[in-house]
Design a protein around this ligand. Structure first.
Ligand SMILES: CC(C)=CCC/C(C)=C/CC/C(C)=C/C=C/C(C)=C/C=C/C=C(C)/C=C/C=C(C)/C=C/C=C(C)/C=C/CC(C)(C)O
Ligand SMILES: C[S@@+](CC[C@H](N)C(=O)[O-])C[C@H]1O[C@@H](n2cnc3c(N)ncnc32)[C@H](O)[C@@H]1O
Length: 372
């Protein structure tokens, strides 16, 4: 337990010194104005302390399919407890937690879905993301050992392609991660298209484009653009059905390959890298950006879209969730826009622009040009 002012290190900032002082806490609790700030700070701190319980309560609601069932109309505690096969008194605790998280609410003795609960079910890929979180949760069960690098995180095995093209040779495994990626691509594609103007692209190649979900969105938004999908041979076959269904088959060329194994195909004036760089180590990213540079013509443009670290202004979403997530993957890193810009410059690019995401936890965008 820290004691009042006398023991405080002199090199601490003024605000932190105040925060360490129980007398200052007591003073704030008495003074109008300061009291509200102190309470808000306490509330924010409690959210940090209890966040993992909120996530686990959400996971239980998802696994019991409580919100799904409520889309058909309100239900009683007894009904919900019965279909989930949970004792009613325990289910009451979970439902109360769900109400506190504003995912469901109780009215007239029945449980109803809220707008937030409905949004949760509607956001593409969100439910699947939550259902794969137990892997990360297990990896973080001993956070001290995890941050010391003394554990073997399970998440690394969940995304086999990041260790090299060979890791994704199994089509069943490739299908599993491609599906999760494609499902969660909806918001990423919408935000990327909102942040980066792709209207001048005549031929756009999406490198690491998975099963073509982003290209399908580009094709719909820019009907004149020719499209190229480049991804691993185990991944791209599933794109054929998507492009056929979207009426894009005639406009898309699919090129199977690995960006680790040689040059990228030339011919595109715009190359997109959507949620690709943060999977990989700096050396892989440096080589990939150089390949992208070589594949583009003079005047060509690269568009990097992914969740980015806040850098000097740490972002509560990306610098906790994505930075820890990519650390658990072992090969990846959540970079700031400044770091990505520096890597683009090292590859020869100029005229970098940064478009801070409307929802940084979905994506932000950095673009750059090849001018010589
Ligand atoms: C009429 C009344 C009563 C009220 C109206 C009020 C109103 C206007 C409500 C708005 C309702 C509405 C439309 C809500 C919409 C909400 C949305 C769009 C929410 C979106 C949330 C998105 C979230 C939480 C996204 C989370 C993304 C995650 C967790 C992504 C994880 C991605 C990973 C792990 C990727 C891994 C890839 C790898 C492996 C690193 O390469
Ligand atoms: C995180 S996923 C992103 C997929 C898609 N761009 C999206 O945002 O939904 C990364 C993609 O990079 C691909 N990838 C990984 N290593 C690759 C390599 N060496 N060559 C080509 N693609 C690769 C993966 O197969 C996967 O589809």
């Amino acid at each position: 337990m820290l004691k009042a002012s006398g023991h405080m290190p002199s090199r601490l900032g003024f605000a932190a010194r105040l925060g360490l002082s129980p007398r200052f806490h007591a003073f704030c609790a008495r003074v109008l104005g300061l009291k509200h700030i102190a309470r808000a700070e306490g509330r924010a701190l409690f959210d940090v302390v209890s966040g993992f319980v909120q996530s686990q309560a959400l996971l239980a609601l998802v696994e019991f399919r409580v919100m799904h069932r409520l889309t058909d109309g309100p239900l009683s505690l007894g009904d919900i407890a019965a279909f989930a096969r949970v004792p009613a008194e325990r289910m009451a605790v979970l439902l109360q937690a769900g109400a506190a998280l504003r995912l469901i609410r109780r009215r007239g003795g029945l449980w109803h879905l809220t707008t937030r609960g409905a949004a949760f079910l509607t956001v593409p890929g969100l439910e699947a993301m939550v259902r794969h979180h137990p892997v990360l949760y297990r990896d973080l069960s001993d956070p001290v050992a995890f941050f010391r690098g003394e554990t073997q995180p399970e998440l690394a095995g969940f995304w086999p392609y990041v260790f090299g093209a060979g890791g994704a040779a199994d089509p069943a495994l490739a299908a599993r991660y491609s599906e999760l990626m494609a499902d969660s691509q909806g918001l990423v594609a919408a935000d990327t298209l909102g942040l980066a103007d792709l209207s001048k692209a005549r031929r756009l190649m999406d490198v690491g484009g998975g099963t073509g979900a982003f290209l399908a969105a580009v094709g719909a938004a820019h009907p004149a653009a020719e499209l190229v999908l480049f991804d691993l041979p185990a991944v791209v076959p599933a794109a054929n059905a998507r492009f056929a269904a979207a009426g894009l088959a005639g406009r898309v060329k699919i090129v199977p390959g690995s960006f680790r194994d040689g040059a990228l195909p030339a011919g595109a004036d715009t190359i997109t890298l959507v949620r690709v760089l943060y999977d990989h180590a700096d050396s892989t990213v440096a080589a990939l950006l150089r390949s992208v540079f070589e594949a583009l013509p003079i005047g060509g443009r690269v568009v990097v879209s992914e969740p980015m670290s806040g850098g000097d202004r740490p972002d509560p979403a990306t610098d906790v969730y994505f930075s820890v997530y990519t650390l658990a993957m072992q090969t990846g890193r959540t970079r700031s826009a400044a770091e990505i810009t520096a890597m683009l410059a090292a590859a020869g690019f100029v005229n970098m622009t940064f478009c801070h995401g409307f929802r940084p936890y979905v994506t932000s965008v950095v673009t750059a040009e090849r001018l010589k």
